[in-house]
Write a protein that binds this ligand. Structure first.
Ligand code: HEC
Length: 181
């Protein structure tokens, strides 16, 4: 009986205290074991070119379902990977961005540091990402390897990442989703 009561209290405490914090494991972040930009680079670009430049014309016209089916087949087949649904969803989103020539932002990691949180992620090489949070705003440059790091920022529900490329804007609010679509 005591153990039961204790478990109920623990669960209740967990629900109360986890309300405003980022819970990567619950929100799909840690379910993605193949970050799409670097994975594309290491396992897909030998056939499809850096950032998909060798894809044929039909690539841009594939309906979403078809694109997702292809991505799943490719990750398992020539890619030799063992993807989960989240891995396929993230890679599909990246492939869609490549096909539509849209910017793309993916958050790989959120580290708690003494003065806030530090985001790490991936985007097309060279992409400038604007991060705004409570009273701060900063610009992050994506490296030639497609990776970026924010540096410490206050953790807030108002944190927002924006990338603009040829006038096309994508926006990402971390915690709700971890990549742009
Ligand atoms: C060994 C070469 C090879 C590798 C590696 C490879 N692909 Fe492919 N991929 C192909 C070929 C060939 C086709 C065309 C197949 C067809 O049309 O039936 C294709 C088709 C596709 C398509 C459909 C779009 C189109 O233009 O036909 C997508 C999307 C795709 N690949 C994504 C990926 C992703 C993502 C990866 C990495 C996980 C990957 N591919 C790895 C060879 C490769």
């Amino acid at each position: 009986m005591k153990t039961l009561l204790l478990s109920v209290l623990l669960v209740a405490a967990f629900i109360v205290f986890s309300g405003n914090t980022i819970k990567p494991a619950d929100d799909g972040l840690e379910k993605v074991k193949y970050p799409p930009v670097s994975t594309f680079r290491s396992t897909c670009s030998r056939c499809h070119g850096p950032q998909g430049t060798f894809f044929g014309d039909s690539f841009g016209e594939l309906p979403d379902k078809e694109l997702e089916r292809f991505v799943g087949l490719m990750m398992r087949g020539p890619g030799g990977l063992n993807p989960t649904q989240s891995d396929i969803a993230a890679m599909t989103a990246y492939n869609r961005a490549l096909a539509k020539k849209r910017p793309f932002i993916f958050i790989t990691k959120v580290d708690t540091v003494s003065n806030g949180v530090n985001y790490s992620g991936e985007s097309m090489p060279g992409t400038i990402i604007s991060l705004s949070s409570v009273g701060e705003s900063l610009q992050i440059k994506t490296g030639t390897n497609g990776k970026w790091q924010s540096g410490p920022v206050a953790q807030s529900v108002h944190t927002e990442f924006i990338a603009v490329q040829k006038g096309d804007t994508v926006k990402l609010i971390p915690g709700k989703v971890w990549w742009t679509n």
